[in-house]
Design a protein around this ligand. Structure first.
Ligand code: PLP
Length: 365
């Protein structure tokens, strides 16, 4: 007989608890008839800025738009170069291309999976104007070192925090190290909504005023379009839900960290586990291990009723839609993509679930 299924994630079960708490806000949202850019969006923006210890927050339609609008807000000349880790999620690369800029890929560090800061300076040219630091899997990049490089070369620093809500370095939140912090509230994220949603944090009043207009047809006053903008507004519906869920974000992150601790301590060292670093608060959006026989391990776990995922099976520079933009090889990134495996680690998993996964993986030969 097969033992109880441990699924990778179950969004209905995950959100059930928050949906019960959401009922009052939902009913007010339906009844008040203000469905676009109204009180719930303003309240969430205020709450999220406060949570991150950031001065401003602008709600947008999704994480990709947060990145694209941020890049567009900097007024960089066409084909300016933006440095980004080669193993980043495809949205990071697409945002740079869609902003008419050039992504310059840098290998990740094989231990942190984030951009290898020791390789950045070699890639800086006269055309380099920004670094997009992606805090992958919920681990902050070495943002202190990246910030120093940005100051030295006069580059903008944009953080992709789609996977790092609530992660910090020495108590300072990701999303506040650079000029702009870009967040996704895609349902699977640590702070996930019930559909697509996103936000940008910043501490610069001029950039903030620009972002507010850019997400809304370049307009702050109805029918006055001061700049060229897009339609990428955070929906009132999502804001009303996120206001509730944000109150539990620390609880969600603490729970994930507790589960990660079981894996960290008790998974055999045959499996490469995420690095733990002093002063760095990882929020384990993803808990990944690496193993040379990853694909066999997936099958083995599936037979034992445990589902896993891969983040990501193919790097952006090998994706059919993007590969023409790149002509270099990235062997470290390739190794990560071939060996990485994401284990179950969500708010609704119990310690018992994680023990079962741990013991099952440890029995893999
Ligand atoms: C690192 C990273 N950047 C950007 C995005 C894009 O966010 P969205 O799917 O909300 O557009 C995601 C999420 O999917 C992500 O994981």
């Amino acid at each position: 007989m097969k033992s109880k299924k441990v699924f990778f994630e179950n969004l209905f079960l995950l959100n059930n608890f928050f949906i019960r708490k959401f009922k009052k806000n939902y009913s007010n949202f339906i009844k008040n008839g203000n469905y676009i850019l109204s009180d719930f969006v303003s309240k969430f923006e205020k709450d999220f800025a406060q949570y991150n210890n950031s001065q401003f927050c602008v709600g947008v339609g999704n994480g990709l738009d947060a990145l694209t609008i941020s890049l567009n807000s900097l007024n960089l000349s066409k084909n300016s170069e933006v440095i980004v880790a080669a193993n980043s999620y495809v949205a990071c690369i697409i945002s740079i291309i869609n902003a008419n800029l050039k992504p310059v890929l840098v290998e990740p560090n094989i231990h942190t999976y984030n951009i290898d800061t020791s390789l950045i300076e070699k890639k800086i040219t006269k055309q380099t104007k920004a670094i997009l630091a992606v805090n992958l899997y919920g681990k902050p990049c070495d943002l202190i070192a990246i910030n120093k490089i940005c100051k030295k070369y006069n580059l903008y620093l944009i953080e992709d925090c789609a996977q790092s809500h609530g992660a910090s370095i020495n108590g300072k939140m990701t999303g506040t190290f650079g000029d702009l912090g870009c967040f996704s509230f895609y349902p699977t994220k640590n702070l996930g909504s019930l559909g697509d949603a996103g936000a940008i944090t910043c501490n610069n009043k001029n950039l903030y005023s620009k972002l507010v207009k850019m997400r809304n047809y370049g307009s702050k006053i109805k029918y006055v379009n001061e700049i060229l903008g897009v339609n990428s507004r955070l929906d009132e519906f999502h804001a009303a839900f996120l206001i509730i869920k944000l109150k539990y974000l620390n609880k969600i992150n603490n729970h994930k960290r507790k589960l990660a601790n079981i894996y960290n301590k008790y998974l055999k060292n045959d499996f490469i586990k995420p690095l733990q670093q002093e002063g760095i608060r990882d929020v384990y959006h993803i808990y990944n291990i690496r193993h040379p026989k990853r694909d066999k391990l997936i099958k083995f776990l599936l037979e034992k009723n445990i589902t896993t995922q891969i983040h990501y099976p193919k790097p952006p520079y090998k994706q059919p839609g993007l590969k023409n933009f790149f002509n270099s090889s990235f062997p470290i990134s390739d190794v990560i993509h071939k060996t990485t495996l994401s284990l179950p680690i969500s708010f609704i998993h119990t310690e018992k679930d994680i023990w079962r996964v741990t013991e099952t993986i440890n029995s893999y030969k």
